[in-house]
Design a protein around this ligand. Structure first.
Ligand code: ADP
Ligand code: MG
Length: 597
């Protein structure tokens, strides 16, 4: 179709693209209005002038090369190019014409800038990403890596590029990792965990996402994003180790252990539990506290009390109680119950350890019996020895009385004193066997001692011993068992007299040392005790005397301890001995016993 030239120009004037034509000497022959606007030049200014003289900057830009190609090769070209003097991007299409070249072009600066901005966004998504981001070609060689990737594995970007990822994967994970990579390369995104090697040799646990890079419907490579999960893995491993240790501790514990949840149901039972009670784990796990077959019905109250204690967060330690075995046998057991808290500190059930005390109880009883028997055995010898003399005497007098000789009244007196001696020995021994039923009262120590001294004075005088008392004024009242204290003081006074065969002074000093204690001292001038005697003092039957029992000191000490008091002995050979008894003035435990009477 042939248009008149004017018509053609009219069409060109209406189009919004810029249009110009040049002849074979590169001079403008036509410039449309849109082109004058786009190039900021008037038509008169350009027509007839040389393109490269009017726009010299274009010579070193794609424009020159592309236009020349169009003319030389007689082919249309299209390209985008930036023209710095006008700060403008152009989309250009050039067509060869019989006597030169025609060019259509339009301003695409705005689109270009948007594109560029987008690219920047993607770039920073890649560069600034805290996760390692990288891309591979289809052979698994790195095409790009971001700084986080460099940091993750310790290699620089250039060390990665064109290298395969395979040597960086931990050996035992290579096969699996390759498999995931292949599937991603076939178009399906993969997510998995694997181990990779840092440049310095240590293992890094990573969570990897591989996704296909698709260009024009074809997979051309694989993208990867890797997150370092090493700390999480380590924490998981540590937790797993801890859990395993705990499990083994529970399972292999010699004590039976039950774990209860918040709802009071058994969640765990160990092997020792099965062995001790005869039920299997399966039989008890899931049962509620009150459905458990091993609690005797009569002690449900105790179980309720324990439950409410432990639910308050308290521990129950060493509770002795009974539990039933599957075969019905009743066991004496010791329970330790501890609340279990979850990580936020809330009550999350409790654990119970159950120790069988049956055997322990038995052996404890045997031990106690053995001790009793041995003490009784020891005592038997003493009793025989001590009691034979007065009994022989009584027998003699009985015979004398039968034959009618002598003064019966006199015999009775002597006999009853011998019987008293037997009684005394027996009561001393009874104290040893078990503490006598004690009767505590408020007693004035000064009165008590004065009575004793009257009783013992004769014996003292016979032995050339003078008893001197140093008492403070006023009453000294203590809570005590009068008879037992008398026995103690008789012992010490007798020991003192016996320690002074050639006579001497026994000073008895009562003094109130402080608000809480009163001290009673027996100071003699006797033979004293060497170290080896002091060391043995208190052992039953240890005596240095021909007629001694060796029980007095031991029993006295025991009585004083029952009064919450103390005895201290200081002694020097050939100088004398001081026995210092201190007694509490108002020990609350004693005072309570007083009130009960
Ligand atoms: P016994 O008086 O029957 O020997 P004790 O238990 O009262 O039994 O005393 C044990 C021993 O301690 C005495 O045999 C004696 O050697 C020694 N002893 C006790 N009191 C004194 C004392 N005041 N002076 C010297 N020795 C003493
Ligand atoms: Mg004695």
């Amino acid at each position: 179709m042939n248009y008149p030239l004017e018509d053609a120009y009219a069409i060109l004037e209406r189009i919004t693209d810029g249009f110009f034509a040049v002849d074979n000497r590169w001079n403008f022959t036509y410039v449309n209005t849109a082109a004058t606007r786009l190039l900021f030049r008037s038509r008169e200014d350009l027509v007839g002038k040389n393109v490269w003289i009017e726009f010299p900057e274009a010579v070193n830009l794609p424009f020159y090369e592309q236009y020349n190609r169009t003319v030389k090769e007689q082919v249309p070209v299209s390209f985008d190019a930036y023209f710095p003097p006008l700060e403008t991007w152009y989309d250009v299409r050039a067509y060869p014409s019989p006597n030169g070249l025609t060019v259509y072009f339009r301003d695409i600066t705005k689109q270009k800038l948007e594109e560029h901005e987008k690219e920047q966004h993607y770039k920073s998504l890649f560069h600034q990403n805290p996760d390692a981001v990288f891309s591979f070609d289809l052979e698994g060689n790195y095409l790009s890596v971001n700084p986080a990737m460099e940091h993750l594995l310790g290699y620089r970007e250039e060390e990665f590029l064109k290298q395969s990822f395979i040597p960086l994967v931990s050996k035992d994970d290579i096969e699996r990792t390759l498999e995931h990579y292949k599937i991603a390369a076939q178009g399906t995104t993969q997510r998995y965990q694997t181990k990779v090697l840092h440049k310095n040799g240590h293992i890094v646990h990573v969570d990897v996402t591989n996704m296909p890079i698709i260009v024009n419907d074809k997979v051309v490579g694989v993208y990867g994003v890797a997150k370092d999960i090493t700390p999480r893995k380590q924490a998981e491993d540590a937790l797993q180790t801890k859990t395993q240790q705990l499990e083994s501790l529970i399972e292999n514990n010699v004590d039976a252990i039950l774990i209860f949840n918040r709802q009071g149901q058994v969640t765990q039972a160990n092997k020792a539990f099965e062995d001790l009670f005869g039920w299997t784990k399966q039989e008890v796990v899931g049962l509620g506290l009150y459905e458990l077959p091993f609690i005797p019905t009569e002690i449900i109250g105790e179980v309720e009390a324990f439950e409410s204690e432990v639910n308050k967060g308290n521990h129950i330690i060493g509770a002795e109680t009974t539990r039933l075995r599957k075969d019905g046998l009743s066991l004496t057991v010791m329970l330790n119950i501890s609340p279990i808290k979850d990580s936020s500190g809330n009550q999350d059930g409790w654990s119970v350890t159950i120790r069988d005390l049956t055997e322990w109880k038995k052996s404890q009883e045997i031990l106690q019996n053995t001790e009793k028997l041995s003490v009784a055995g020891q005592l038997a010898a003493g009793i025989a020895h001590e009691i034979r003399n007065p009994i022989t005497a009584i027998k003699g007098f009985v015979q004398l009385m039968r034959s009618g000789y002598g003064d019966r009244e006199e015999y009775f007196k002597i006999m009853s004193s011998e019987i008293e001696r037997i009684e005394q020995i027996l009561s001393e021994l009874l104290i040893l066997a078990k503490p006598q039923v004690s009767k505590f009262e408020w007693i004035d120590l000064k009165v008590l001692l004065t009575q004793l001294i009257t009783l013992l004075d004769t014996q003292a005088i016979l032995n050339n011993v003078e008893i001197i008392t140093e008492f403070p004024p006023g009453e000294i009242v203590v809570p005590c068992d009068e008879n037992q204290l008398k026995q103690v003081f008789i012992n010490y006074i007798k020991n003192a007299i016996e320690a002074m065969p050639a006579g001497g002074k026994l000073v008895i000093v009562v003094s109130q040392t402080n608000d809480e204690y009163v001290s009673v001292q027996f100071r003699d001038e006797g033979v004293g005790m060497p170290k080896e005697v002091l060391a043995k003092l208190g052992q039953p039957f240890y005596t240095t005397k021909e007629k001694g029992t060796g029980l007095g000191y031991m029993i006295s000490k025991k009585i004083i301890e029952n009064h919450f008091g103390e005895v201290r002995i200081t002694s020097e050979v050939n100088k004398g001995t001081v026995v210092d008894v201190s007694l509490p003035l108002r020990n609350m435990q004693l005072v309570n016993q007083l009130n009960k009477v």
